[in-house]
Design a protein around this ligand. Structure first.
Ligand SMILES: *Cc1c(COP(=O)(O)O)cnc(C)c1O
Ligand code: SF4
Length: 339
């Protein structure tokens, strides 16, 4: 960081110049270690013995934003495996949103008019316990593994698609070189005018938004939207603000979608603070999702009645542009369903 006289413009990023791939590999994957770091070792005996195929995973920088000594920390609860995940609850299934039915080509999900979603990567820097894709057969669907061609052929042949959505997993798990391959492939598909990236990396591993990535994004001759997935204001810190600033400087519109999660953000004060905090980082709220009813996530569910009352209270205290749209994804619907 450049220091200078008070009020001098900071022209260099204060982000540590650590290699994001190294930070990715250094993520905490042992629940005992995470609890120990937070002074919560006594909770280790409550960790499930088996992880049901979905291991704990959290980057160290994200863990530093958790409050030491607080077993109910809203960031900790998003990543810590719980015994409740092992309970079978009726109505909670492995393919909660009909992804398998919507598959049109290798790695392409085409559910809604004008938008095609590419499963660009199967990996995530963080494993979120409520994730609706925790049971999705990533291995087979990864468009990244040299499979761009089939996915892009599909999009090229359907001129109704004007927006390509990169999702996953986390699409920014891909090396920037892979993203360059994708944008070369898009160059001869004129009907795609918008690229949308759904990612949690600018928040859980903000170092990912490094120089080469920003150069790539800035040079893309498309409109760019980046949808962050933040659930609680505490997920923001200076490094996240900087990542957001860099994305905006590269020409991206920043939106956020959250999942309504019991014990984490099912409270009007917390949701209002989240909207205010994201706006301070230049991010507008987009969706507040009702939880997808995925097996192992039932303990996070908030009823529709509670969800609607929370949104009403937000409307009563925030400007309209800071109130997210409350929606649920229903398999087979032509759009997300407003509640
Ligand atoms: C959610 C989703 C989209 C995006 O929907 P928007 O309402 O435009 O945000 C697109 N494709 C698929 C398959 C989706 O699940
Ligand atoms: S897909 Fe998103 S919600 Fe699911 S584990 Fe990855 S980052 Fe978390």
């Amino acid at each position: 960081m450049i220091t200078g006289s008070p009020g001098a413009r900071i022209t260099h990023s204060p982000l540590p110049q650590a290699d994001w791939r190294q930070l990715w590999r250094d993520a905490i994957t042992d629940g005992r270690e995470l609890l120990e770091l937070l002074g919560l070792s006594h909770l280790a005996e409550r960790l499930p013995a088996a992880d049901a195929g979905f291991a704990l995973r959290v980057p160290r920088g994200f863990a530093t934003r958790m409050r030491a000594g607080d077993a109910c920390d809203p960031l900790l609860l998003q990543v810590l495996p719980q015994l409740a995940e092992l309970e079978q609850v009726s109505g909670f299934v492995t393919d909660a949103v009909g992804d398998l039915a919507a598959r049109e080509a290798q790695g392409v999900l085409h559910k809604y008019q004008g938008r095609a979603l590419l499963i660009a990567s199967g990996s995530c820097a963080v494993n979120c316990r409520y994730c609706f894709r925790r049971h999705f057969p990533y291995g087979e669907e990864m468009a990244a593994a040299g499979q761009w061609r089939q996915a892009l052929d599909h999009i090229r042949q359907d001129s109704s698609i004007n927006e390509l959505i990169l999702s996953g997993g986390d699409p920014l798990a891909l090396a920037t070189g892979k993203l360059e391959e994708l944008s070369h492939g898009l160059a001869d598909i004129p009907h795609v005018t918008r690229l949308r990236i759904h990612t949690r990396l600018p928040v859980v591993l903000p170092e990912r938004i490094d120089g080469p990535f920003v150069t790539w994004l800035k040079a893309l001759p498309l409109q760019k939207v980046v949808v962050l997935h933040v659930n609680h204001a505490n997920e923001f810190d200076d490094s996240v603000d900087m990542a957001c600033a860099r994305l905006r400087e590269a020409g991206a519109t920043l939106l956020n979608q959250s999942v309504l999660l019991k014990g984490i953000n099912d409270d009007a004060d917390i949701l209002a603070a989240l909207s205010e905090r994201m706006f301070a980082a230049g991010v507008l709220p987009y969706y507040l999702h009702q939880l997808d009813r995925v097996q192992g996530a039932a303990h996070f569910e908030v009823t529709d009645v509670q969800a609607q009352s929370l949104i009403e209270r937000l409307r009563g205290r925030l400007p309209g542009y800071l109130v997210p749209k409350l929606v649920r994804e229903v398999g087979g619907d032509p759009s997300k369903r407003p509640l």
